[in-house]
Write a protein that binds this ligand. Structure first.
Ligand code: AMP
Length: 539
């Protein structure tokens, strides 16, 4: 017997319809690329998204067509996602921080028909356009007054583009499993791979992000995704914030510590999310300026391991709750949150921050297991580490245009991470499988060493890589960027780490550098570091 409930496909446009109906006047605030702050509402976003949908429809954009975006987090970028998906077409985010040849590969591989882009990226697009034969038109997220002279094919200002129609349009209807969005993984080896989200997966994931033990979003919050729309769906906030009826604050192109601080304070942001580097920048600004956060309640930190010092500074100095989160592009992207179950809610001091170092437990819709190399399931004892595998309605089952099977016999996807899970379900990433340091047959977690080193008061950023060793196979090398005008010695750093790790985990050497390279999604680029230090030998 089948249930007798209505068919109500989980389609993305229902989110903006809901926000416009129940929270019509809720503010959507953006730092525009042109400069000034821009204020609108969910009602405006819906009306303008409908116009875009109508305009794309008129241009012959069909369900399944890919429309690329190359843009910062702004209201225009947000409404373009709703407009594109509202006719069954697919938004495809291009990460401007990728290498140019990767961008060309990605746009061509995805078969993008149009690119919507910010003024900041016109020069980049002009450079790439000769290699993008499939692009029929470039729409620049600006108005006629700011429209630059450009050689881009059929270029038009976004405001002119959508004003060619009247907005008298209805969203199209289609199956909830229809593709909605595409995002390519950063791909540290080989070509980037296309992850394809569906309407259903995006909505289910957004609901799981709103839940109290996740980011706990409500209409009383003011949510600022610092994490870009082009980085794994901006961790769902483009969907979950309107779904919650929360005020949405889009930070535009300025992501330095001072700009992030100002927008948080001026716009009363209560919840925000980004990778650790952004928060290191903000905390550094607070430290040097003497300013304090007065509005922020929660900050989600993920994308790479959140250093303990960052969690402690937010919570102890500024009273901001840190939610350490883990996930990946293939998971829509969030797979766990370090919020407190009753079993651990009474932890205090060191024990609390030990727990918060972990990446947390999976919400409903994410199933996790750890296995050994022979697929045997490993115990949840907080000690045994294995390959972390996941399953759920917002987890990839294949990559775009690739024929390879990426699931195990039970339908789990191998994340490429190595982790432990404790008795309460809290997962802790030891490392990326390829970054873990293999020393004398045992594993050393580069993440743990980095976290401890960053706790030193003179250290701004730290990275650990394995260096070939004749006896031990590999030994850890600690690479450090110091805070401004601080000059700790190697011995200072190692003395600080003593007692915090097993003796045999101690880095064999420490080198000081001006900069640590990052990937296009803000992670420490271990591959670049390994290349730079390939001839390094311990003396
Ligand atoms: P991406 O698809 O670019 O978001 O990268 C996903 C990968 O980032 C994961 O497989 C992890 O290796 C890493 N990652 C994400 N969040 C965390 C975290 N909180 N701690 C440690 N590693 C993380």
């Amino acid at each position: 017997m089948r249930g007798l409930m209505q068919d109500w496909p989980l389609l993305i446009h229902r989110v903006i319809d809901y926000a416009a109906l129940q929270h019509p006047h809720r503010a959507v605030i953006s730092r525009s690329v042109e400069g000034p702050m821009h204020r609108s509402t969910y009602s405006d976003v819906k009306q303008r998204a409908l116009k875009l949908a109508q305009r794309l429809h008129k241009d012959g954009v069909k369900p399944g067509d890919r429309i690329a975006t190359l843009a910062w987090n702004t209201a225009r970028h947000l409404e373009s996602w709703y407009g594109i998906t509202g006719i069954g077409a697919i938004y495809h985010t291009l990460n401007p921080r990728l290498f140019e040849d990767q961008l060309v590969y990605i746009a061509n591989h995805a078969g993008d028909r149009m690119i919507f882009l910010d003024l900041s990226f016109v020069a980049l697009a002009e450079k790439l356009s000769p290699q993008l034969p499939l692009i029929e038109r470039y729409v620049i997220f600006t108005d006629a007054a700011h429209m630059p002279q450009t050689t881009l094919k059929n270029a038009i200002a976004y405001e002119d583009y959508i004003n060619e129609v009247d907005g008298d349009f209805r969203w199209l209807d289609f199956d909830e499993n229809t593709a909605a969005g595409m995002c390519y993984t950063s791909g540290t080896t080989g070509h980037p791979k296309g992850v394809v989200y569906s309407h259903r997966s995006n909505l289910l994931h957004a609901m799981s992000v709103m839940m109290p033990d996740s980011l706990c979003l409500s209409s009383r919050d003011s949510v600022m995704p610092v994490v870009p729309l082009f980085h794994a769906n901006s961790w769902s906030l483009a969907f979950s914030a309107p779904m919650a009826g929360a005020t949405l604050v889009m930070p535009g192109a300025k992501l330095d510590g001072e700009s992030v601080f100002n927008i948080i304070e001026n716009e009363n942001v209560t919840v925000t999310a980004a990778v650790p580097t952004v928060w290191l920048g903000l905390l550094n600004y607070l430290e040097t300026s003497g300013k304090v956060l007065t509005k922020l309640k929660r900050v989600a930190i993920g994308g790479s391991a959140c250093p303990r010092a960052v969690t402690e500074a937010f919570e102890q100095k500024y009273g901001v709750e840190v939610i350490h989160a883990w996930g990946m592009t293939e998971m829509s992207p969030i797979g766990s949150y370090s919020t407190l179950k009753p079993e651990v809610a009474d932890l205090k001091g060191t024990a609390l921050y030990d727990l918060k170092q972990k990446q947390g437990f999976a919400p409903f819709t994410v199933e996790m297991k750890i296995t050994d190399d022979d697929e045997n399931i490993l115990p949840w004892d907080g000690k045994t580490f294995g390959r972390l595998k996941v399953r759920g309605p917002a987890v990839s089952k294949a990559y775009f245009g690739l024929d390879e099977n990426i699931l195990d016999a039970e339908g789990y996807f191998d994340t490429g991470d190595v982790a432990t899970i404790d008795v309460n379900g809290y997962m802790n990433i030891t490392d990326r499988a390829k970054d873990v340091i293999k020393s004398g047959g045992e594993w050393i977690s580069s993440i743990d060493l980095e976290n401890i080193a960053v706790g030193h008061p003179d250290v701004a950023e730290a990275a650990v890589i394995g260096i070939a060793h004749p006896k031990w196979d590999e030994r850890p090398l600690l690479i450090i960027v110091c805070k401004k005008d601080r000059h700790p010695s190697k011995d200072d750093i190692l003395a600080f780490m003593q007692g915090k790790i097993a003796k045999w985990w101690m880095p064999d050497d420490v080198v000081f550098v001006d900069d640590i390279p990052h990937t296009a999604t803000g992670k420490i680029s271990k591959k670049t570091l390994r290349d730079s230090f390939k001839d390094f030998r311990f003396s």
